[in-house]
Write a protein that binds this ligand. Sequence first.
Ligand code: FUC
Length: 797
Amino acid sequence: MNPTIRLFTFVFALLALAQSSLAQTDLRLWFDTPATNFTQSLPLGNGRLGAMVFGGVNEERIVLNESSLWSGGPQDADRPDAAQYLPEIKRLLLAGKNDEAEKLVYAHFTCLGKGSNRARGKDEPYGSYQVLGNLKLTFPTAEARHYKRELNLADATARVSYEQGGVKFTREVFVSAPDEAIIIRLTADKSSAINFNAALDRPERFMTIADGNNGLLMSGQLNNGTDGKGMKYATRLRVLSQGGARNIDGNIVRVTNANEALILITAATNFQGFAGRKTADAFAASANDLAKASAKNFSTLRAAHVADYQKYFNRVRLTLPTNPETAALTTPARLRAVANGANDPALMALYFQFGRYLLISSSRPGGLPANLQGIWAEEVQAPWNADWHLNINVQMNYWLAENANLSELHEPLFALIASLEKPGERTAKLYYNARGWVAHVITNLWGFTAPGEGANWGSTSTGAAWLCQHLWDHYLFTRDKEFLKRAYPVMKGSARFYADMLIEEPKNKWLVTALGNSPENAFQMANGKTAHVAMGPTIDQQLLRYLFDACIEASKLLNTDAEFRKELSAKRARLAPTRVGSGGRVMEWLEEYSEPEPTHRHVSHLWGLYPGAEITPEATPELAAAARKTLEGRGDISTGWSLAHKLNFWARLGDGNRCNKLLTLLLTPVGFRKDVEGVRFQGGSYDNLFDAHPPFQIDGNFGAAAGIAEMLVQSHNGAIRLLPALPEAWREGSVTGLRARGGFEVDVAWKNSKLTSATVRSLLGEAITIRYGQQELKLKMRKGQRYRLNAELKGKR
Ligand code: FUC
């Protein structure tokens, strides 16, 4: 080789190497074995229908879900005489007798009846989200080789493949939103090779019968906790096969010697509440969907699915350095490699996109919001009833909706919020004798707004305020005035409630919530007793500042409610401020109590740091320093969602390396470590990247994805910050399509840990300040205009 060519070859090789470490992130989760349990199976969904693919060779199990399949039913859980006890509860709180107040709350200010029945509400009126059933496919038993099972986030399809007796078998599974069906195709590379039986079952309350000459119908009715006549559902399966034979044997479909088979599954319930299909007849709806889907061929179904999915998914691309030593490993092995110290930023990029994938698959406009497990559950008694918890969890599910460019998918949460207004008005009246509406800590499909059954956790009264933050934040991102017109009355109703329930505390004459509860955390009083119920916990005050500000602003924008605005402004000015305690940490309550559990998973008093924005390093450096101390005191180790919350906190504090540490903890395989830094650690990731509380709880997946976006671009308080929390390990990379408040779309690229270029597209034509480190640029673009800037924030339109 002549020297010039050699030099070129060398340079090209170098370039290729640099490229390969930054290649487009592999968007696959994959395994070389079938799943032996739920948290190894692969989730698919269209927002309403869910499927978890186990991929067994001799028996395939696919767990089926339908998002409205809840037991329980509407109930009156409000105590009619609760308000009678409120004056005495307040008196005790004002006198510092929180433990006595808490006793009274237990006796008279919880919900009526069993509430969530300590998270086991399936046979109570509260109910539980339940599994729809299992599809079981049994195949002739034989040894398999070259087994592979994968979920590709690029096309939202799961694939299982293996070789048996020289024949390569493949299964493809996806859940189509346009065709409202779960679609499974079985193929082989030799003709007449496909043999299987298909069956449908569920743990209880089902009957499966033949449906025509190539299908099954599984139906039943769940317990409503009163007369047993709860939700009705129907699941239908149809097998379309080519070649060979097909017949029905009782409640089994048998396929023999086929060339190819297509299995279609549809399902519906008769839920006609605030969102979802609203079909009175589950039998008719599932039959209708099935008839429509089976009239199309596989490639038509597949093309429609991919196009529909990609219109959301492809909006954001994230590329982080690939580690050649881990890139080729199966997903579980990759998790273990990272836990053993390997650096794998690309796995974090995959985890980010997995979060986006899960939201696209579990939350679609017109549908129900993602619950504690999204839409995926294999039990009839799901953990915590897989309900909507309002003291962080359902909100965390939606933290990524706006910044990760999935704004429309936020809508199911708004539908849930609006649905709570009416029952919440009754709760507000009966408990607090207040105007407006309130929701506490838990809610279900049935409009539950009463306090939870335990005073220690169920008495947080600012669930509604936290929900309303999502309405305003959606407006801040989109500036959608029509939306604001619909959302404002709901926000106003919530603000009205709190405006009524506030009381004046004696020491500083601040206005504080009463009663309140800093989510689920206990404190020790001077008398040595432990309590949870308090007036004016810090989180409440931060939430109300946010809500009142939002209502004041919105009422101005909509030119309405001048009187109410005045009332809110006056009360807002008197809300207890966020304060720093003698230990230099943010105070969680009005008093400096000692804490029985200093590492408690909730870090509620930093709500103002994230998702709120009243604490920032720029505007409130002392509070930001106190927030740091608070986080150091709490420690990093906790449940999955708590790790995700801390990730967002550290992103706001601008500490990229700490974010990287939290992400590494989130990616630690469950059970891999017994303790970290001397603290018992159970959280992390399951093999399928589902977040572990434990058990599986999806909020951590969503919260972590939001946090990764927040590490790269932030947009609170009127400025877009580029790369505010970049870890050293993410030396180079790029992201495109993140959203910023004010209607902006942002792309960023960096090298050697420094910004190289960014593009800001203005969708609405608003003025904006761009920040990178200490540099600042004020920009005014026209609607639709884009601005490309370099590392010095200099650029061109
Ligand atoms: C909150 C948390 C718990 C759990 C539950 C579903 O109450 O405090 O850790 O995540 O929700």
